[in-house]
Design a protein around this ligand. Sequence first.
Ligand code: BG6
Length: 487
Amino acid sequence: MEKSMPKGFLWGGATAANQFEGGWQEDGKGISVPDVMTGGTKTTPRHVTDGILPEYHYPSHEAVDFYHHYKEDIALYGEMGFKVFRMSVNWTRLFPRGDEEKPNPRGIEFYRNVFLECKKYGIEPLVTISHYELPYYLAKEYGGWSNRKLIDFYLNYCKVLFEEYKDLVRYWLTFNEINILLMGTYGNLMGGGILPPGRDTAVGVLAGLDESWDNEQRRYTALHHQLVASAKAVKLAHEINPENKLGCMLLSRIAYPYTCRPDDVLKGQQTMQLANYYCGDVHVRGAYPAFAKRLWKEKGIQIPFENGDAEALKAGTVDFMTFSYYSSSTATNDPNVPVASGNMMRGPANPYLEQSQWGWTIDPKGLRYLLNEFYGRYQIPLMVVENGLGAEDKVDEDGNIHDPYRIEYMREHIRQMAEAVEDGVELIGYTVWGCTDLVSAGTGEMAKRYGLVYVDKDNQGNGTLKRRRKDSFYWYQRVIAINGAEL
Ligand code: BG6
């Protein structure tokens, strides 16, 4: 007999506008940073270009066209029994440049229609306000989040969201994986909207790419601006509607000590402290953690605290904590241990665990470990808002997609969530990543599919966009129906 999840558990799926929506120039939408990022694969890098260059394919432009398929997609979520649908608003649909005072009414209308559609099926929207898609204009003209002015532009955008959708949305996440700004290239681009110099730069998760344009001080500055913006948004949301529930969202990190040498154990602890708690503490406890002072000193970093920032952080703590979890990594300070290839976290490979086709370590028990870590430190409700397996899928002659590997991945992770609940963790929801196939953020390709719903589209942008239910669709439908009591 399996353990079922707590009553009212929010089962669902997650997406992000720039990877899902398409319609990049529809109804007055402006250009976002991902709109100038080209497609890549697991072996070829993406490029970020200064404007749109004719020789490239830009996957966000059409993505899988949720913009014109939202009714069909949400109906499929209703059929699966979703209680929650995590999605993001594309900032440029509401504010094409980002610094306008008044929003674009057609953008407002689109999301209202999406939320109303969710309501039809009793699905609660969970809205990420900023998921890797800063308006390109703000990136180019203002230097992205390295510029403090972005705080006010963001708050103006938030105010419009909280007022316009006051009766339709309860759950908000201020920034997707805010702590990605602690990392190089993608931290700059997707997290901070900080562009490389030049017309055409190869970027991505592949080793060996030029990261010389990275500037750590600038990233920590941008991150401070986001943390202040996030706290102010939390306060604003509560003022506009005390029923609003605001969450933070972290790219979670496990760094098991590679050996039991105390040096490796310390390295693992320091890696996890920085990755999880530097931002987690600000969001949940309202202040930077104790270890930050030494870190700033050793890195020679000045955090641009202005009058009122400390108070703003204190006043804007979140109601719940969310995170993405795909895999774990290891840590060592032994330079002779080789780093695993394909592993975004860049630690040495874990000999006890298998990897996905994209080299991501698969570690369901890590999820239980992490849930206990986070709950132990913060004791506020937790939600796993991204988890899933990116894999190649095949459509057979009958048009079916058999994906037992994805079912297996989800089953094992959900089992470990149930264990964590038994451990005493207050877990309120789970949204599987890319519930409908979408563009990969890391590689910009379609071949890396996470969906329970298949979309006919390839890496070059060809395909009918037809949706098909995979085996995992029916499996998840049953899991939701019996609240995880049988997996
Ligand atoms: C998370 C992001 O880091 O990982 C998503 O929030 C992303 O946007 C997901 O898609 C999976 O990564 P990838 O590179 O496989 O798309």
